[in-house]
Design a protein around this ligand. Structure first.
Ligand SMILES: Nc1ncnc2c1ncn2[C@@H]1O[C@H](COP(=O)(O)OP(=O)(O)OP(=O)(O)O)[C@@H](O)[C@H]1O
Ligand SMILES: [Mg+2]
Length: 454
């Protein structure tokens, strides 16, 4: 990194010596003996490091430091002083100086200090650049993350992406495991190399091994020619193994080896092939249970689970619902057809518990755009599951209380309401209703309330 150093010292001789030495070192050096002029220079050109004397007529080093920080806050400041007292040193450090030097100082000390400053700066700049690249990438990839929960997920993604660590993505179906796997790859140094996705549950067990690792001619019936596997296609890049819980013990052994030393063998071959692949896996299965049952290798699990990322279901991050609707509405927008959502449709979107998560919401929006008859989307324009949920909720809650209702009808409705609000937690529902848990139990029996239908 070539850097510009500004030297401010009222002794022109001192400034001259430093300039000569540092220019030889490859630095761009600007000197001045007047503090005011130093500040003018800062206003007109970028400087990485400022070397400034403490005692100068007109303006002292501390004031220069304060004003310099306002003009170029990222420029590192080194105070030089012949009168070092602990106090002035502490004061300048407090005001943001990087370090200080006591005159006269050996030139080697200065060189080492400058090298250290530049190293810190390079690292800082690298960090900023990476962070900016990530932010851009996420916008680019259109990941909606309005909720705190998703923000935390993205922060984890941003942290792990630049490394080679294996990531295990977990979450219910449709929560966005694949889109995040792509985001990790895109934000990694491997982004210009391939990202190969393998859906382990979609490929028959008997074929999965040869799909992943390739085979040689004659390895099995039907292997008419030698073929390279997906791992080899992903060399230098990332491989995303979706539904990792579905892989056979034979494939598990091979995966373990690839993770351990980057080597594998084609089916029917003995020659090891070496690859450099980063592994991202995903599952919505309980792998810990599979380990207990002996269906999944524990040693492999540890290797895959270096950085676990859990994506919460949509019902736990309802703040994401409206931004997602907007996002998908844009995606499925048809020229000439403007659609709006009726308030009850929005309420329904927010009340529904989305067992199919984002994918279900995406489908609902597409369905509405295609099937909606009027400009305004009504609950009846939505897929059946949502529509049914709406009708059930309507019957139980939204019909106004009318004179034909008995007290029991109304009581039943309130009980259902409380159970819904508390996610069917009996203790909390009873508390909400101001009755004991036991009384709630009696009422559920009395009114034959089917909990599964709530
Ligand atoms: N945060 C998000 N912002 C925008 N779109 C999203 C988001 N999360 C998921 N999606 C979209 O929702 C759909 C489902 O996501 P994805 O395929 O990544 O889920 P998944 O967890 O892999 O699901 P499955 O377990 O069923 O394979 C995709 O079309 C994806 O683009
Ligand atoms: Mg998926």
């Amino acid at each position: 990194m070539s850097a510009t150093i500004l030297i401010i010292d009222d002794e022109p001789k001192m400034a001259g010596i430093l300039k000569r030495v540092l220019t030889k070192q490859g630095y761009e050096v600007v000197t001045t003996s007047k503090p005011e002029q130093g500040l003018t220079i800062l206003q007109s050109q970028p400087v990485q490091i400022i070397l400034c004397d403490l005692k100068m007529p007109g303006m002292d080093g501390i004031e220069v430091l304060e004003r310099a920080k306002q003009i170029q806050p990222q420029a590192e400041f080194i105070m030089m002083t012949a009168y070092a007292t602990a106090q002035t040193a502490v004061e300048s450090m407090k005001k943001g100086a990087y370090d200080y030097l006591i005159k006269p100082f050996p030139l080697d000390e200065l060189k080492i200090l400058l090298a250290r400053v530049l190293k810190t700066k390079t690292l800082q700049e690298e960090n900023v650049r990476l962070r900016e690249a990530l932010v851009d990438k996420f916008h680019f990839d259109n990941i909606i993350a309005e909720s705190k929960l998703m923000q935390a997920v993205l922060a984890r993604v941003a942290k792990v992406a630049p490394s080679d660590a294996s990531v295990l993505l977990r979450g219910e179906s449709g929560t966005g495991k694949e889109i995040l796997a792509k985001a990790i790859h895109q934000a990694s140094p491997r982004k210009d190399k391939p990202l190969v996705t393998v859906n382990c549950s979609a490929i028959p067990t008997t074929l999965l091994e040869s799909e992943m690792f390739g085979h040689v001619k004659g390895a099995f019936t039907g292997a008419v020619e030698t073929r390279k596997g997906l791992f080899q296609s992903a060399d230098g890049g990332t491989i995303f193994l979706d539904e990792i819980g579905e892989v056979s013990p034979a494939v598990q052994v091979k995966l373990l080896r690839v993770l351990q030393d980057g080597k594998f063998q084609r089916v029917g071959d003995t020659v090891p092939i070496t690859v450099d692949v980063r592994l991202i896996t995903a599952t919505n299965k309980n792998l810990e249970e599979a380990i207990q049952q002996g269906a999944f290798r524990q040693d492999l699990y540890y290797r895959l689970n270096v950085v676990p990322i859990y994506i919460p279901p949509l019902r736990e991050r309802k703040e994401d619902i409206l931004p997602l609707i907007e996002h998908f509405a844009k995606k499925f927008h048809r020229p000439g057809k403007t659609v709006t959502y009726a308030p009850e449709t929005i309420d329904l979107f927010l009340a529904y518990d989305w067992p199919g998560n984002i994918r279900e919401l995406e489908n609902a929006v597409e369905h509405a755009v295609v099937m909606g008859e009027s400009q305004q989307i009504l609950p009846c324009d939505l897929p059946l599951a949502l529509h049914t949920f709406y009708s059930k909720q309507e019957l139980a809650l939204s019909t106004p209380i009318h004179e034909q209702m008995t007290l029991a009808d109304i009581e039943k409705r309130w009980i259902i309401n409380a159970l819904r609000k508390t996610n069917k937690n009996h203790t909390r529902a009873a508390k909400l209703l101001g009755i004991t848990r036991r009384t709630l139990g009696y009422r559920l029996q009395k009114y034959v309330i089917d909990l599964d239908k709530i």
